[in-house]
Design a protein around this ligand. Structure first.
Ligand code: ADP
Length: 359
């Protein structure tokens, strides 16, 4: 049935399939004609035309209707093997069959077209809704850090001499945090755009994932406050061939979320291991976890867990999923007795640095 659902077959394929189907059904009916009679054959032909009309364009459907009418006349209406029809009743039946087939074809085609139109309208409304959601989130997400930066810079410029070193340090730290927030949203938007446009081209390089994890931890240092981030690196692990930029972003988004959506004092643990044909990164925390009935939705674009603290556009995890999928990998999330864990599996080549040097 999946075949029939695909309405985008090229025209030549639609004609070919229609003709083949007519011949297949005609042959089958011809062999069974003795048992089923020519009126049942007409009904079977009508069902076939309706099926074709559910999927194909109007011209192949009309071809099916005409061809099946002619075949019905030639092979099934007496006298057989001629286009001549003897009885007035059979002539009437032939024209009624043809009329029903054509009207049926036209009608089904029209209904399908209306359905497609309604679906397109629904899609359009959905994207307008998504666009509005994005604009609403963004206006808040971009405006808040920009206001913080402007206010802090204003204070520093106007009261340059009067501010103590501590206050200046605090203002600079606020500017720093706001810039990171701003940068994250812009990065998320650009990344989403790369994913949506289909222009994401992976640049695979031999990468030391230990190093990549440390880079992410360092980048998130200014945001982590009282959270502790634990990662025990292993010296013996091989290099992995991945797109470093994308996997860094994946890890950044996961650890960033673990900082944002868990209370101060939470422990965030990163684990990295290499298996036969893939590498595995686990980011877990002992925070509140994710409500069970929302676990399946968190990777959807713009999805935010009910009651999530303000800030955030619901793009972070959909980017994680997009970048991991681009590596043919998987990302899953599950709750722990306390907290939750995200597991990223990426199929990749691995090699030790000395093996690479010997090549
Ligand atoms: P955003 O952070 O912009 O809301 P994400 O796609 O990154 O979007 O996250 C989707 C939702 O998943 C968030 O709204 C948050 O509630 C939830 N979430 C993500 N990571 C965690 C975590 N470690 N603990 C609890 N909730 C989380």
């Amino acid at each position: 049935m999946a075949f029939f659902k695909n309405i985008h077959h090229p025209k030549w394929k639609q004609y070919l399939i229609s003709i083949l189907l007519v011949f297949l059904i005609s042959t089958t009916c011809f062999l069974l004609n003795e048992y089923i009679g020519n009126k049942t054959v007409a009904l079977i032909f009508l069902v076939m035309v309706s099926f074709i009309a559910l999927t194909f364009d109007i011209l192949p459907v009309l071809l099916t209707a005409t061809l099946s009418a002619l075949i019905w006349n030639f092979f099934f209406i007496p006298p057989l093997f001629t286009f001549h029809i003897n009885s007035a009743e059979d002539i009437l039946m032939f024209f009624v069959y043809f009329a029903i087939a054509v009207v049926n074809a036209g009608f089904t085609f029209k209904i399908r077209k209306e359905e497609i139109k309604a679906r397109e309208k629904e899609e359009k409304l959905k994207s307008i809704k998504l666009y509005n959601t994005l604009i609403n989130c963004l206006s808040h997400e971009l405006k808040t850090p920009i206001s913080t930066i402007m206010a802090s810079v204003d204070t520093m410029m106007e009261q340059e001499d009067k501010l103590s070193a501590d206050v200046q340090k605090e203002l600079l730290s606020e500017i720093n945090t706001a810039s990171i927030r701003l940068n994250r949203q812009v990065e998320n938007l650009l990344n989403m755009n790369r994913l949506e446009s289909g222009f994401l081209k992976l640049k695979f390089i031999w990468s030391d994932i230990n190093e990549l994890i440390f880079t992410v931890i360092q980048k998130l240092e200014p945001l982590k406050n009282e959270h502790s981030i634990i990662y025990k690196p292993s010296d013996e692990l091989p290099l992995c061939k991945i797109d470093e930029g994308l996997i860094e972003q994946v890890l950044y988004n996961l650890v960033h979320n673990a900082i944002i959506y868990t209370p101060e004092g939470t422990t965030i643990t990163i684990k990295f291991s290499v298996h036969d044909s893939h590498c595995k990164i686990i980011v877990s925390d002992n925070g509140p976890g994710i409500p069970k009935d929302e676990l399946d939705h968190v990777f959807k674009k713009f999805y935010r867990v009910t009651g999530s603290k303000s800030g955030g556009t619901g793009l972070g995890l959909s980017i994680v999923k997009g970048f991991v999928s681009a590596h043919n990998g998987t990302v899953t999330v599950e709750n722990l007795p306390k907290g939750c864990q995200f597991i990223v599996r990426i199929p990749c080549e691995t090699s030790y640095i000395n093996q690479l040097n010997n090549e």
